[in-house]
Every structure is written in structure tokens, then in C-alpha cells.
Design a protein around this ligand. Structure first.
Ligand SMILES: NC(=O)c1ccc[n+]([C@@H]2O[C@H](COP(=O)([O-])OP(=O)(O)OC[C@H]3O[C@@H](n4cnc5c(N)ncnc54)[C@H](O)[C@@H]3O)[C@@H](O)[C@H]2O)c1
Length: 331
């Protein structure tokens, strides 16, 4: 199947392209390379274009005639969203309005959308089920919720079927180390802990050690990007087999604390993780982890790579190459 991977030069999209190609599908990356990397586009063509530009999208649909779309492109850094809400609403929401218009014109009716557990805000109960009220507490989460609502409206009136996958914390890298997480700025815990362990960029910041959790630090549900990619393929298959639209968590159901992550980084790298303890960060819930019942039922989803050791081993394997540590160790 030919699939347009919007935002496919980024972290998660590139892993999905690799997984699609591995089973014989044809990923076509549509990306403006504002945050992604041309070197991560290896499993099909790159169409350089912007989702805010309808002509770019129309040209890509005419050239490649995709049968489905996976949409990863967005502004993702939570703090940036608070500072630049207009840019977030334009790219994350208006961009999807434009994309849906282009899909309609092209006769393309299946969409897998990157949503997030940030649409739930501070959870009232755990594990988080899909029925938890969606009350996001930041601009990023509100734009993602707005797209879920937009998709529901369009799907109820038009010939569109979609899957909104609410990811928890994407992490890890391709086990062969050819692609991985390369955000700039990087705000995610694991790459920043690895960076600190590698002695690059100074100590990392640890926010809050007085939460009501086993070791006082926040707990999060880390899902390996390979497992996330598998969930996308299953969602695509479900939609293209004719299933109705659905929303679904993609997590493991297990929370690991920030402290557990740092301990595992030290164990895998054999290096200490220099860190500074700061106070709690506004809006960080103590615990977040998914109820996985629906993903098991709808996607037959069973994570294969998402234990903390594998996640950090694969991320370290990738970053050691990117940061030139492999050559340094060899010489
Ligand atoms: N990384 C996570 O832990 C996580 C968790 C939940 C949800 N998500 C969602 O998953 C998606 C992918 O995340 P990621 O970590 O791979 O991000 P990323 O920044 O690595 O990838 C996003 C890609 O979209 C492209 N892009 C952005 N705006 C564009 C535009 N206007 N036109 C064309 N291309 C554009 C960027 O160049 C980049 O290649 C995002 O929508 C994000 O909100 C990520």
C-alpha cells in the first residue's frame, strides 16, 4: 500500500516508514524539514512541502496517489506552545484542516493521527482509559484535542475514517541504530539523561523529588518507538479493512519513575548521570500510565521492546553513534 507519511522525516514518522517498508508497503514522506532530518528519509521518496500550503499537498497527492495518510507533523515542544500559541494552532490545527481538504479532493479517506496522552491533562484516575475526560492543561494538548474534535466532525459528515492514537512517552530507537530521536531542542527525559551521562551539555535538570510516588519522582509510561510503529501499522490495517474510526491509547500500562530511568541510564552507559534537582514543574502530574485494554482489543497490540532496559540500550546505541562516541572509544 502507498501511504503518505506527513512529518515522516521526524522521530516517530521515520520509524513508521521503516516498518512499513519492511513489510512491503510504500511510504512517501511529506515534510518541510523544519524539525525533521533528510537523512532519516530512507525508505521511500521525500516530497518537500508544508501542510499549511494546500498547493504542496495537492501536488503530492497528484504525484503519488496515496491510499492512506499518517499524520505526524506538528509543533511538539510544550513550553514553546505556551510562548507561541498562534504558531501551534496554525501548524497543529489549521494544518490539519488543509490536509483534510487535500485528502477529500484526492479521494483519500483513511487517516492515522498522532494524538497524545497530553489531551487528558491531569488524570482523575489511573490507569488512564480512553474514557477519561480530556481536559488538557497546555496549548500543545489543546491543539491535539482540537484535531481529535475536528476529525470527529468531519468523519461524521464525510467519507473519512481515522484512528487517533494517543501516545504516551515515545522513546528508544531502531535497534540497529540507524535512526532515533533527534529533536532540537530536546526536552525528553531519556535523550537528555544520556546526553548528561555522555558529558555533553552539562547536568540535566530533575524536576521534583517530593511527589507521592515510590521514590518521590514522577512516573511515566515509556513506549518504545518500534512498538509505536507496530501500533501504527495495526491501526492502518484496521482502517483499510473498513473498520470505523477509533481513538486509542498507545502505551504499555506500566509507569517507570524518573529516578528509575536515571538508574538504568547509569547501568547501561556505565557512567553517572550528573543532574540538578529542581522544584516541581507546573502541570506535571505525579503519575501517567495507560490502560491498554482497548489497544489490545482493537490493534492486538502487545509491546515487544518497551521494557526500560531495551529502550535505553537502543537509545544509547543510537546516540553514541550520533555523538561520535563510538569512534572515540575505538581510537
Ligand atoms: N515524541 C513523543 O513522545 C510524542 C508523544 C505523543 C505524541 N507525539 C506526536 O507524534 C508526532 C510526531 O512526533 P515526533 O516526536 O516524531 O516529532 P518530530 O518533530 O521529530 O517530527 C515532526 C515532523 O513534522 C515535520 N513538520 C512539522 N511541521 C510541518 C509542516 N507544517 N509541514 C510539513 N512538515 C512539518 C517536521 O519537520 C518533523 O520532521 C507529533 O504530532 C507529536 O505531537 C509525540
Amino acid at each position: 500500500m502507498r501511504v503518505l507519511i506527513v512529518g515522516g522525516a521526524g522521530y516517530i514518522g521515520s520509524h513508521v516508514c521503516k516498518a512499513l517498508a519492511a513489510r512491503g508497503d510504500e511510504p512517501i514522506v511529506f515534510d518541510n524539514l523544519s524539525r525533521g532530518h533528510e537523512h532519516a528519509v530512507r525508505w521511500g521518496p521525500l516530497f518537500k512541502g508544508d501542510i499549511q500550503n494546500r498547493a504542496d499537498l495537492d501536488a503530492a497527492f497528484v504525484q503519488y496517489q496515496p491510499e492512506a495518510v499518517m499524520h505526524f507533523a506538528a509543533n511538539i515542544e510544550v513550553g514553546e506552545g505556551q510562548r507561541e500559541p498562534l504558531a501551534f494552532w496554525e501548524n497543529n490545527v489549521a494544518g490539519v484542516v488543509t490536509l483534510l481538504g487535500a485528502m477529500k479532493q484526492a479521494g483519500c479517506h483513511a487517516l492515522v493521527f498522532s494524538s497524545t496522552c497530553a489531551t487528558y491533562g491531569t488524570p482523575q484516575s489511573l490507569p488512564l482509559t480512553e474514557d477519561e475526560p480530556q481536559t488538557p492543561i497546555n496549548v500543545y494538548g489543546r491543539t491535539k484535542l482540537a484535531v481529535e474534535q475536528l476529525l470527529a466532525d468531519v468523519a461524521s459528515a464525510e467519507d473519512l475514517r481515522y484512528a487517533a492514537l494517543r501516545y504516551f512517552n515515545a522513546s528508544g530507537a531502531s535497534p540497529d541504530g540507524d535512526i532515533g530521536e533527534e529533536h532540537d531542542p530536546e526536552t525528553h527525559l531519556i535523550p537528555n539523561a544520556l546526553k548528561a551521562a555522555a558529558g555533553l551539555g552539562g547536568p540535566m535538570k530533575l524536576f521534583g523529588t517530593d511527589y507521592d510516588t515510590a521514590d518521590g519522582t514522577c512516573e511515566r509510561d515509556f513506549i518504545h518507538v518500534m512498538d509505536l510503529a507496530a501500533a501504527h501499522l495495526a491501526a492502518l490495517d484496521r482502517l483499510t479493512a473498513g473498520a470505523p474510526s477509533f481513538q486509542c491509547n498507545v502505551g504499555t500500562g506500566t509507569g517507570y519513575s524518573v529516578k528509575a530511568v536515571l538508574d538504568m541510564v547509569e547501568a547501561i552507559t556505565g557512567r553517572p548521570v550528573p543532574h540538578e534537582v529542581h522544584g516541581r514543574r507546573a502541570g506535571d502530574p505525579p503519575r501517567l500510565y495507560a490502560d491498554v485494554t482497548r489497544s489490545r482489543e482493537l490493534l492486538d497490540f502487545q509491546p515487544q521492546y518497551s521494557d526500560l532496559k531495551t529502550i535505553i540500550r537502543d537509545a544509547w546505541n543510537f546516540h553514541r553513534k550520533v555523538w561520535g562516541l563510538v569512534e572515540a572509544e575505538a581510537s
